[in-house]
Design a protein around this ligand. Structure first.
Ligand code: ADP
Length: 160
């Protein structure tokens, strides 16, 4: 069985993330979606909320997706699942430098684990969790950019 791990902050999950997950499911039998904390970012939503939004958005694929919060070194999580592939999404050139160095560093630490990059649908190339929060914060519509459950959660979070 081919498995892979897709890590991210998912603060919150967007349709860009969902697109990467759907593409990854065409390549792998099982996908572990890992909600992690990025030390560079202070998340708006708690880990529990981020996991719940992912679960709500992905409920139709339940048997092939496992969603978990993990607080630790990602490579240890990948090994614990007996997987050897990390999936990351690529938007524009801006993602490349960071992803490139991270992928090489991970391979330096664990030579049998590889990172593969999936390019998003062009409609979502500009989408990021932070831009979504900015729109929602100022009362704009995020319809079509995020799953329904996230749209509702954002409305509740940012209503004055
Ligand atoms: P992180 O903080 O780890 O970068 P994110 O939740 O922001 O976590 O993103 C997780 C992964 O999904 C990253 O590989 C990121 O490049 C990718 N990603 C985020 N938004 C999109 C998008 N709109 N299209 C494709 N990939 C995306």
């Amino acid at each position: 069985m081919k498995t892979a791990v897709y890590p991210g902050t998912f603060d919150p999950v967007t349709n860009g993330h969902i697109d990467i997950i759907e593409r990854a499911l065409k390549l792998f039998d099982k996908l572990y979606v890992v909600v992690a904390d990025n030390p560079q970012k202070a998340p708006t939503f708690t880990a529990k909320e981020r996991v719940e939004m992912l679960q709500g958005a992905l409920k139709q694929n339940n048997d092939r997706i496992e969603i978990q919060y993990f607080d630790g070194l990602l490579l240890n999580y990948v090994k614990s699942k007996k997987s050897n592939v990390i999936v990351r999404g690529l938007r524009a050139i801006s993602d490349f430098e960071f992803e490139f160095s991270r992928a090489l560093l991970n391979r330096e630490l664990e030579k049998d684990i590889d990172t593969i990059f999936i390019m998003t649908k062009d409609d979502y190339a500009f989408l990021s969790s932070s831009i979504i929060k900015e729109i929602a914060m100022f009362g704009g519509s995020v319809k079509g950019f995020v799953p329904k459950i996230v749209e509702k959660k954002l409305k509740k979070t940012f209503k004055k």
